[in-house]
Ligand binder design. Structure first.
Ligand SMILES: O=C(O)C[C@H]1C=CC(=O)O1
Length: 93
C-alpha cells in the first residue's frame, strides 16, 4: 500500500543545540534504515520549507502509523497522510 506523507517540522526555538543535533541524527538514522528496508522509497524536501513529501510503501494503515509515530521528530511534526490508488491512465499499471 502506497501513501504520500507530508511532514512539517516545528522544532521548539529554545531547544538545546546539543539535544537538537542528537535528535536530528536519530531522525536521519531512523529514516535511512526505513529507506534501506524499502518502506520509505521516496523523500523530497519541499523547497523553501522545513517540510518533506515522502512516499511510504507499507502493508497496512497500522504499519504506517507505527512507523510514523516512531519517528524521533514525531512530537515536533504535523503529518498529513494521503492514501494512493492506481490511476486508470497510468501506462505502467
Ligand atoms: O527533515 C525532515 O524533513 C524531517 C525528517 C524526515 C526525515 C528526516 O531525516 O528528517
Amino acid at each position: 500500500m502506497l501513501f504520500q506523507v507530508r511532514m512539517d517540522v516545528h522544532l521548539p526555538h529554545d531547544l538545546d543545540p546539543e539535544a537538537r543535533t542528537e535528535l536530528l541524527a536519530r531522525e536521519k538514522a531512523y529514516s535511512q534504515d526505513l529507506q534501506r528496508a524499502g518502506k520509505w522509497p521516496h523523500i523530497w524536501r519541499i523547497a523553501g520549507e522545513y517540510a518533506n513529501i515522502s512516499i511510504f510503501d507499507v502493508d497496512s494503515n497500522d504499519e504506517l502509523h507505527t512507523l510514523l509515530s516512531g519517528l524521533p521528530l514525531f512530537p515536533h511534526m504535523s503529518i498529513h497522510v494521503t492514501p494512493l490508488a492506481t490511476h486508470p491512465s497510468d501506462i505502467n499499471a
